[in-house]
Design a protein around this ligand. Structure first.
Ligand SMILES: [Zn+2]
Ligand SMILES: [Zn+2]
Length: 495
């Protein structure tokens, strides 16, 4: 491939973005986000940098998300069209329009790994000390065709494996002519555990000086063409495109902004707001949780993001309500940014309440003993007996009431939503008249240009009306608590 001649490469074209964990139903592919227009990427193998730039319609996804995993939902929506995502060594950042660069320390490792999973990057990485490369042969039967043929029929290939960044065992499938057609490894993910992560490369071009480089990129998060037991999620395609405008060995160095250089992973901030006696909105991040104290236990609505967030929220709940078990965790829906902490709550002894549609998926992929080796979480480190005993989950169908004779928490299936997700739940405290909802209405977070009410906001009003509940206050998973009146006003469904 001309690995020794290629110091850096730039390529450009049009791409697509797949939003991992945001599908409407579990057995469908990751939904395509807005197209990545005017996409370009510069990879400098000698300096260990990668800079991606593209244009994308603003207002629809978090600014920190480019494609694939790392969707964090919620606040800080992308504001401008032009987007930049960069990594240099251990420093990563993104830029929304021409605003100040935002450090992304949580993404640095993955984006760095991505450099060494390109064909030329892999060969360089496999030669580094500690890579311990091995090779085996096999015959590959090719693809069923949807993603485009990579082998062109049955062919003998070599699978070369090497340890990259001291942690990831990357496999590269090398076909005749010493072309790396596919690279594959696993990366840690809060929902899918050690998740399959792979690139396929096609449309090779001759760049002169013995260098060839692929214009066709196709990327999977999760197994390709899933739905093979025990895997139930259908999502896999999360990035791809054709980038035929290429140039070898003319790249400027990338300067890391000083404040990015100094950035560290921020501490989790959990800010409690007591909405009624024994009812707290736990904010401070992009996703809230709500804690409700009962006579002998605590129920929590939502375990978003990941274990780090969930441990911080649980610590805060223990501070507010010492010595009562967190007995129930109500999960509103199966989007991954609302799911990443379910295992952490299972670890502390909570039973997960979720819509019955989610049971098979959660049992198969989330609430089980399959070890997570790359970033072992609490359930991996301290496997709880409840998984064998079956005390992990209760299904909600239409309505479910948690109570202790004094306080009640009603859980409703959101009927007729028709968008966003199947199996959405909302919760209601009838005495306190507080409604808890996720993603149906995000107070004050939508750009002014969005037509109101949205379909989800209409569904929220319909479900409140049909269930004859009468909220005073909304405790949202995204945004600040607001009055029901403010909801009607902002969404133009009332005075
Ligand atoms: Zn959602
Ligand atoms: Zn959300």
């Amino acid at each position: 491939m001309g690995v020794d001649q290629l110091r850096c490469v730039s390529f450009a074209g049009e791409g697509y973005a797949g939003m991992v964990g945001q599908n409407m139903t579990q057995n469908t592919d990751w939904p395509r986000g807005e197209p990545l227009q005017d996409y370009s990427r510069v990879i400098d193998y000698e300096r260990g940098t990668s800079v991606e730039r593209f244009s994308r319609k603003p207002g629809l996804n978090p600014a920190s998300w480019k494609y694939g995993p790392g969707w964090r939902g919620g606040t800080q929506l992308q504001q401008h069209e032009r987007q930049t995502f960069a990594v240099s060594g251990e420093h990563a950042w993104h830029v929304d329009g021409s605003a100040k660069a935002v450090p992304a320390p949580e993404s640095a490792t993955l984006w760095q790994l991505d450099i060494w999973m390109t064909p030329h990057g892999f060969v360089r990485a496999a030669r580094m000390p500690g890579a311990e490369p091995t090779a085996i042969w096999r015959w590959e039967l090719g693809e069923s065709g949807r993603d485009g043929a990579t082998t062109g029929g049955i062919a003998k290939v070599m699978v070369v494996s090497a340890t990259v960044l001291g942690k990831y065992r990357v496999n590269a499938t090398v076909r005749a002519g010493n072309i790396v057609q596919r690279t594959q490894t696993r990366v840690p993910h809060p929902v899918l555990g050690d998740m399959n992560y792979e690139h396929e490369f096609t449309q090779w071009q001759d760049l002169g000086d013995g260098i060839v480089f692929p214009a066709g990129w196709h990327h999977h998060d999760g197994w390709d063409d899933e739905r093979k037991v025990p895997v139930l999620t259908g999502g896999h395609n999360s990035f791809g495109g054709s980038f035929p405008v290429m140039e070898a060995n003319s790249c400027e160095p990338t300067a890391v902004p000083q404040h990015v250089r100094q950035a560290v992973m921020p501490d989790q901030r959990v800010v409690p707001e007591e909405l009624a006696a024994g009812v707290w909105l736990l904010g401070g991040g992009t996703h809230n949780s709500v804690a409700v104290e009962f006579a002998n236990f605590v129920a929590v609505i939502e375990a978003p993001l990941d274990e780090r967030r969930s441990l911080a929220v649980i610590d805060k709940i223990v501070e507010l309500v010492p010595d009562k078990p967190i007995r129930y965790l109500v999960n509103t829906h199966d989007h991954y940014d609302h799911l990443g902490g379910l295992r952490t709550y299972l670890h502390v002894g909570a039973t997960i309440l979720t819509h019955q549609r989610n049971r098979m998926f959660y049992e198969a992929e989330l609430l089980n003993y399959v070890p997570r080796m790359l970033e072992p979480d609490m359930v991996s480190l301290y496997p709880p007996t409840e998984i064998s005993e079956g005390y992990t989950m209760e299904d909600v169908d239409e309505k479910y009431i948690l109570g202790d004779g004094r306080r009640y928490l009603e859980i409703y299936y959101v009927q007729g939503l028709g968008i966003h997700v199947e199996g959405m739940l909302m919760a209601y405290l009838p005495e306190e008249r507080i409604l808890i909802e996720a993603d149906l209405y995000d107070p004050g977070l939508l750009p002014a240009s969005r037509a109101r009410p949205t379909a989800a906001e209409t569904a929220l009003l319909n479900n409140v009306t049909q269930n004859e509940i009468d909220p005073l206050l909304i405790a949202p998973i995204h945004g600040d608590a607001v009055t029901w009146k403010a909801f009607l006003r902002e969404t133009r469904q009332g005075p």
